[in-house]
Design a protein around this ligand. Structure first.
Ligand SMILES: Cc1ncc(COP(=O)(O)O)c(C=O)c1O
Length: 328
């Protein structure tokens, strides 16, 4: 592996804390729970994209880019963190956002504006076309663009989670703590791809479970193949021998509720439970849904007594304020 030689722009406060959740473990009467606090990565209110952006921005700077272009949903954490990374690196940032532009910017949208990003609003079906047209238009104006895929999920971005998994393995080794299962939200796949490769590299013996945020069973095969492909591209990028197929990517489905970004009882209960037992805030779209799914799996007896489960908090907290009506 030549991971330490890859272009990297420092953005994150690392290592993020590894904490135990004793009150929550008691409350649920299930396995012993731990949390990895990637909501605390430090860049513009934190989250999992910070780790990916270190490598994406590193490559953008190496290629002489002056502008980052990316896309996401209106409350995209990825877009907010990209805007912050651009600001810190002295780059311009162009965001393609799908959905309806609200009258009053809230949550991540407010932060995008404070961070100086330019927004382009489109309907969801136009996203892929806009993501190829806009950089061309900017290049025609003399700008040097670097395009980051939705969620920062490609082989370069996933590199951040290879290192994250190695960081966690080192924390577990130093504290002599065994973890049997690692559980995290999975959506555009880069986090899971990096964790899967990092686990292989670090020799982690436990099980890895992605919890799908925005897909249901019919799409599962396609998604797992996509995650395996990102992991393979990442392995080539970092110079690791490992190769993956669909069978290496474990994802639990069935937690979509009323759809992506729609808060239901699952998320509401999960957010309150974590807040009231441990004083830790989850977001409504990703970590709240993923933790709600974990609570459901615990209640269904998916883990054995005496096992330890680590919930990877991937951030997203600013979106909470755009959901005040649904959560209050
Ligand atoms: C807070 C948060 N958690 C989890 C995820 C899922 O990560 P990935 O897209 O790498 O699967 C995202 C991605 O959008 C996110 O913003």
């Amino acid at each position: 592996m030549h991971i330490e030689k890859l272009p990297r722009f420092p953005l994150a406060q690392l290592p993020t804390p590894l904490e135990s959740l004793p009150r929550l473990s008691r409350e649920l009467g299930g396995p012993e729970l731990f949390i990895k606090r990637d909501d605390q990565t430090g860049l513009a209110l934190g989250g999992n994209k910070t780790r990916k952006l270190e490598f994406l921005v590193g490559q953008a700077l190496e290629q002489g880019a002056d502008t980052l272009v990316t896309a996401g949903a209106a409350q995209s954490n990825h877009c907010r963190q990209t805007a912050a990374a651009a600001a810190k690196a002295g780059l311009k940032c162009e965001l393609i956002l799908n959905g309806r532009k609200p009258e009053l910017p809230n949550g991540n949208l407010l932060l995008n504006q404070l961070l100086g990003a330019t927004e382009h609003w489109i309907e969801r079906p136009q996203r892929a076309a806009k993501l190829s047209e806009l950089p061309e238009q900017l290049r025609a104006q003399g700008r040097q663009t670097y395009v980051i895929p939705v969620g920062g999920s490609n082989g370069v971005g996933a590199t951040g989670y290879v290192l994250a998994m190695m960081e966690l393995a080192e924390q577990l080794r130093a504290t002599q703590q065994r973890v049997d299962h690692i559980v995290f939200g999975s959506s555009s796949g880069g986090t899971q791809a990096g964790i899967v490769l990092g686990a292989r590299v670090a020799g982690f013996a436990g099980q890895l479970h992605g919890l799908s945020i925005d897909k249901d069973d019919p799409e599962h095969e396609e998604y797992e193949i996509e995650v395996a492909q990102i992991a393979n591209k990442c392995a080539s990028y970092v110079g690791a021998e490992a190769r993956f197929g669909r069978q290496d990517i474990k994802v639990a489905y069935g937690y979509m509720g009323e759809g992506y970004g729609v808060v239901g009882d699952l998320e509401r209960e999960a957010i309150r439970l974590m807040a009231r037992c441990e004083g830790i805030i989850l977001d409504p779209v990703y970590a709240g849904r993923a933790f709600g799914a974990l609570v459901d799996l615990i209640r269904k007896g998916a883990f054995k007594r005496g096992e330890t489960v680590l919930f990877w908090h991937t951030g997203g907290t600013p979106a909470l304020f755009a959901y005040a009506k649904e959560l209050a």
